[in-house]
Design a protein around this ligand. Structure first.
Ligand code: ZN
Length: 122
């Protein structure tokens, strides 16, 4: 059988990983209301960006800061955004993101354990 095009050595860092299920936009809305760790992370990106592009300052207002953030599925490159309905799985450090389809296709092969997004924020 031919190897799936999405597989490219990810087992080196994602084998037996613990993944946290994140559903947007709910995850963002909650972050925005609670000003939790995810909100702080995005806020930091936004501040850094505006430090280089001061004319974008109005983008720091309210929920606009979410537009500074997006991630890609580590397998198929599907885009994760806070304001689009989607389900993703990420590692505790939020470095690696996996879309729902790839998660379903590879969960057995990689032996992933899933935890809730609440635990991600602990
Ligand atoms: Zn994917």
């Amino acid at each position: 059988m031919e190897q799936d095009w999405r597989l490219n050595g990810q087992e080196e860092y994602l084998q037996d990983a613990i993944l946290y299920k994140v559903v947007f936009p709910a995850f963002w809305e909650n972050a925005y209301n609670e000003k939790n760790m995810f909100f702080q992370k995005i806020s930091e990106y936004a501040q850094n960006h505006v430090a280089h592009f001061p004319d974008k300052k109005e983008c720091l207002e309210g929920e606009k800061i979410q537009l500074f953030w997006h991630e890609h599925c580590e397998f198929c490159w599907e885009k994760a955004m806070t304001n689009i309905e989607c389900e993703f799985y990420c590692t505790k450090d939020m470095r690696w993101w996996i879309c729902k389809d790839c998660f379903e296709d590879f969960k057995d092969k990689f032996g992933w354990t899933v935890k809730s997004a609440d635990e991600l924020l602990d």
